[in-house]
Design a protein around this ligand. Structure first.
Ligand SMILES: NC(=O)c1ccc[n+]([C@@H]2O[C@H](COP(=O)([O-])OP(=O)(O)OC[C@H]3O[C@@H](n4cnc5c(N)ncnc54)[C@H](O)[C@@H]3O)[C@@H](O)[C@H]2O)c1
Length: 364
């Protein structure tokens, strides 16, 4: 059994995040939206985008750099499109508003393409694309983020980790869920290696001269992450292109901040004004039998003979599905005690009751 991890009921994590956000003045409905996205991040095994990030949102509301009041507004609209002003509200409030609107439009005319400016960090991109699955539609979501990625042949960070998510429904509740940053890895992974004093694998980041480096210190001070694919010789320029594609759909299309004009990561000297993009597509408007073919496609891949025994071929979304199954088996979400202690410190400072772990032991 693990001495460093504890199990917390999903409902307790949800309520804890809501308690903390409301304590600093967030509207209860907005606090609920944020908590749902963060809990889903942890549930899906993306701990870098869950409870671990709560203090950032608490600070954003506390400092007033992110708006407490209001709702997103539609600036411009056609049957299939909309431009939304997020009015500097919490990212999940903007994301939910835009994705609901995209789905409504797709129900009416087959497709909904909605972009937002004036938004903030929205958590896992997959949360929004997956809303379309409930309506048996394809969903897509994108966001730009603070610059952390150095383009191929450059030395300076001008792109964020700009995630892409595409979700598509198959039969019997199965689905394809691609949800990925366009950097080779998340910044958190480099930070973790640095804290432990370990080298990072080649192909994660570069130094201030744009050369690949295995020293996390160099990547974090003056260097940056590299795009998916790593350096030019291993196809990094394709990840660079995907990062620019996300920026085109987000910052550029929405008229939000883009590229190096987005504020520095974790420096809240001005509003974020992130650009985000949400799309819903109704397969009913295309060839019949979408779900059947989607299931066939996923099965075809999952049934491939693995190159190594014991490591089956997966479909995007499967690792997250396994994480959810594990949480269901355990009866809650396992957390590292350091995260729980840190968040309880945040809670204490704002007069909120601490997170209550269960006494169920967590296997190693
Ligand atoms: N809001 C933001 O600013 C922001 C920025 C970057 C990332 N994120 C989020 O961080 C999370 C993590 O991103 P990531 O890029 O580290 O994810 P990841 O590398 O863990 O997974 C990326 C994708 O690959 C799939 N996958 C993993 N292993 C696989 C395998 N063996 N076979 C087939 N598919 C496989 C996963 O299901 C997922 O769809 C995502 O939810 C993303 O949206 C958010």
């Amino acid at each position: 059994m693990s001495a460093s991890r504890c199990l917390i009921m999903q409902s307790e994590v949800q309520s804890f995040i809501e308690r903390c956000m409301v304590a600093v003045g967030t509207k209860p409905g907005h606090a609920t939206s944020l908590a749902e996205v963060l809990v889903e991040g942890d549930h899906r095994g993306h701990y870098s985008h869950g409870l671990n990030r709560m203090d950032m949102y608490v600070k954003d509301i506390q400092s007033g750099i992110c708006a407490k009041e209001g709702e997103p507004t539609i600036v411009k609209e056609s049957a299939a499109t909309a431009l939304v002003n997020g009015n500097n509200l919490l990212g999940p409030v903007v994301g939910n508003f835009c994705m609901d609107l995209a789905i409504k439009k797709a129900r009416e005319v087959g497709i909904g393409w909605v972009v937002a400016n004036g938004s903030n960090h929205f958590g896992i991109a997959g949360y929004y694309s997956m809303q379309a699955l409930k309506e048996n539609m394809i969903g897509m979501s994108y966001t730009n983020t603070s610059p952390l990625v150095v383009p191929t042949r450059a030395k300076e960070c001008t792109l964020g980790t700009n995630p892409i998510s595409v979700a598509a429904p198959a039969k019997d509740g199965d689905s394809f869920v691609l949800d990925m940053a366009t950097s080779a890895v998340a910044l958190g992974k480099v930070e973790l290696h640095h804290r432990r004093g370990d080298d990072i694998p080649e192909g994660w980041g570069c130094d201030s001269q744009g050369k690949l480096s295995t020293d996390p210190g160099q990547v974090l001070s003056g260097g940056g992450l590299v795009p998916i694919g790593g350096c030019e010789a291993t196809g990094g320029y394709k990840g660079y292109g995907l990062g620019l594609m996300v920026e085109t759909f987000c910052g550029i299309l929405a008229g939000a901040k883009y590229s190096k004009h987005v504020r520095t990561w974790k420096v809240t000297d001005r509003v974020a004004d992130l650009g985000q993009c949400f799309v819903a597509i109704n397969p009913e408007n295309f060839a019949p039998g979408f779900n059947d073919r989607m299931s066939d496609l996923l099965t075809l891949h999952r049934n491939l003979e693995p190159a190594e025994q014991g490591t089956p071929v997966l479909s995007p979304g499967d690792p997250e599905r396994f994480s959810i199954e594990k949480c269901t088996e355990l009866g809650g979400i396992p957390y590292h005690l350091n995260v729980v202690n840190h968040m309880n410190g945040v809670a204490k400072a704002i007069g909120v009751n601490p997170l209550l772990p269960t006494n169920v032991p967590v296997p190693e």
